[in-house]
Design a protein around this ligand. Sequence first.
Ligand SMILES: *[C@@H]1O[C@H](CO)[C@@H](O)[C@H](O)[C@H]1NC(C)=O
Length: 209
Amino acid sequence: MIHILLILSSLFTFSTHAAVQDFCVADLKGPESPSGYSCKPVAMVTVADFVSSGLALAGNTSNIIKAAVTPAFAAQLPGVNGLGISIARLDLAAGGVVPMHTHPGGSELLLVTQGSITAGFISSANAVYVKTLKKGDIMVFPQGLLHFQVNAGGVTSVAFASFSSATPGLQILDFALFANDLSSKLVEATTFLDDATVKKLKAVLGGTG
Ligand SMILES: *[C@@H]1O[C@H](CO)[C@@H](O)[C@H](O)[C@H]1NC(C)=O
């Protein structure tokens, strides 16, 4: 009997020591590093860290681009931290557009669930891949490449975008070029645009310099 207990207890010890780290739920109180957030102690992890209802609601599209992106990245869904995965909801009102942008941290897979969206990306060889997607269609946007989405249905369109990163990041081209405080002279020199165009875009998008 003692012998069996000893075997059982050694098995138990073995299995706990052999356990891999199943997850690394984001500790949002700490800073985020290139490899994500540090792990919240397992004893403090609850199912709420792995669940979000935020994507059930339509985003507010009353803005200049008539679009809303509702993310479930590590900051909103701490359970995805370290898993190389996340998702967001896109609401595009009639006339809405997600301007040319990139996600430096991950590739994107877009699934249209309502309406119709013209989407495309530009490769580093400057080849264009563009298609009007309808409900049920998916399109993939490789990591780091410039891409866009435009409502093509005349009614509100909805899509869900999953990412190969818990924190895919976002850089919007027009904001990067014209909402910065780089001098107009340097923006002109590096974009080949004329002075009036650069000054106008800086004024519209909130750049200084
Ligand atoms: C949507 O955003 C607009 C502009 O910020 C605001 O005026 C409006 O109240 C918001 N609507 C809802 C339902 O939150």
